[in-house]
Write a protein that binds this ligand. Sequence first.
Ligand code: COS
Length: 386
Amino acid sequence: MDFELTDEQKLIRETAREFTNREIVDRSRENARNHHFDLELVAKLAEQGYLGAIVPREYGGAGLDYVTYGLIVEEIGRGDSAMRTVVSVQTSLVCSAILRWGTEEQKRHYLPKLCSGEWLGCFGLTEPDTGSDAANQKTRARRTDDGWVIHGSKMWISMGDHARVALIFAQTDPELAHRGVACFLVDTDQPGFEPTEIHGKMGLHASDTAAITLDDVQVAEDGVLGEVGDGFKVAMSALDSGRYSVAAGCVGICQGCVDESVRYSTEREQFGRPIASFQLVQAMIADMVVKADAARMLVWRAGFLKDAGRPNTTETSIAKLFATEAAVECANTAIQVHGGAGYVDDHPVERYFRDVRVTTLYEGTSQIQQLIIGRAATGINALVPS
Ligand code: COS
């Protein structure tokens, strides 16, 4: 399995594995039970360099490649998807967008603070009425004498309640459709920026998920990320990184399901022997092993392409589609292996099952990934009426 990985990558993976086992695994159940967004643990992630892994050192990051970043995210995803979400949003959605589209001044202003964890960031693309159809932003930005004023609302925003800086996508000219969208770096202390925590989620109880209203929030002229009109591309390119990160986290869930199921089935006895000795149980475990391996290979491929600077949007969607669906199935199967014991949170599989469900929804549903893959395969954009 480790072909192509360098010694350094293996070492970094081992360190992330030990860190996850030592710092994350034990806290994850209590944090989920208490709906606790664990800022202390976020600080430890930052200390390890996991919040800006792909950001060059000159901007305060760890300067790692995408494959290595994926290995780290897999380990954290095995430990706790709520913490993995922090890493994905901060690194892939926020830092990667600033790195790719920011001016030198913006990079120097934001990236060191985001990498050190001093500031958290959030990614405000989704709105109450704008999910898959991301170009159709209802949030409006209008020019003023010295900048912009933003009005609208955002929905399902991870870290919306704790972020110090928010990337907010808004329409500047509805006639231009996606070419009128701009991305703004919004200071969340600004009057009119109001996050509200969303309650009642199925999973990710230890994650901060918020709705945000923007009531004429002011942004200075230099608060635009990229050019006005580039906003949709900023979002799509950030999602190329975000989807990769979600996929890597889901490889971690698949692997966690394998590990927990092997452990439980070799200890648990029925009919006078460990249940792991029954062929039907082995079939379930084999199915999870195959899914974990296949998902990992797809994530690695996407990572290699990113590191080589080659186009990877389709391969990233393939990895995201496969890994998230595989993780949903693995979590379900792992509970089956555990029987009644898997139905309570004494075992991580209960949390895997609840936490994994959102991964086929956020950062582009499975159906959006299928459209992207189908478009690449056929050359036909199913979203454009023929
Ligand atoms: N990187 C950079 N630019 C990209 C891009 C990418 N990965 N993908 C598309 N673009 C650009 C295109 O090149 C095109 O540019 P031009 O205006 O110069 O032609 C523009 O963006 C529009 O692209 P496209 O025609 O592909 O857009 P569509 O509206 O057909 O499709 C989908 C867009 C459906 C793929 C998109 O809306 C999407 O991903 N939706 C899901 C949104 C999502 O994931 N939301 C969850 C957010 S949770 S954080």
